[in-house]
Design a protein around this ligand. Sequence first.
Ligand SMILES: [Zn+2]
Length: 232
Amino acid sequence: MTLRDRIIRLRPPGVPLLFITVGLVTAALTAAPIALILAERRAASETARPDLTDLEEIVPPEPICAAPDLTEIERLTALDSGVSARNWTHIIIHHSGTEAGDYASIDRYHREEKGWSGAGYHFIIGNGTRTGDGELEATARWTAQIIGAHCQASSMNHRSVGICFVGDFEQSSGPSPSQLAAGKKLVRHIVRKFDIPPENILGHGEVPGAQTACPGAHFPLNVLREAAAAER
Ligand SMILES: [Zn+2]
């Protein structure tokens, strides 16, 4: 059956064939440009609508340091409720002298091998072995503001904050960049809080009377002193 035959069959009685044909041709001629316009509009709206990549460019990602360091370091160094801070005048830097470690392992070692009431330091900065690289742990000695068990020489246990970086910086290289970054943040916070001068940040072995290579020949103590100096 041809198209013409179909039109003739579907044609309502009394309507001339020519009339219907002209109508159909007119409809086709009108519909084509409208379809074209709609297709163009759809294409235009699709290019205008930003995809995910564009959005990322328009809305820049949150800067990593958007929250001031202060909030994070204050949370990490918070004291137990009702405990008041001691009048610390020095900061003593140590290394663990071991490849791996964290608060838990040092705490166990100091209790079981040394017979102390717990980890002798106030802070421990991980190296990615047992805690994250640069992860800061405050010990109970800090949160309860108990004197240290990390440096007897020059009575430093009574007046200094003891910070231990996990690693052996006498044998191998120095602390990792993340450990140093965390150490700088912590030192800056403590010197600001207790008004400690940069020269009172000492390596364990620098304390008069101390007989130790701690925190190792590769530990860049000046990096911490410079960070402290920038706070003043
Ligand atoms: Zn030490």
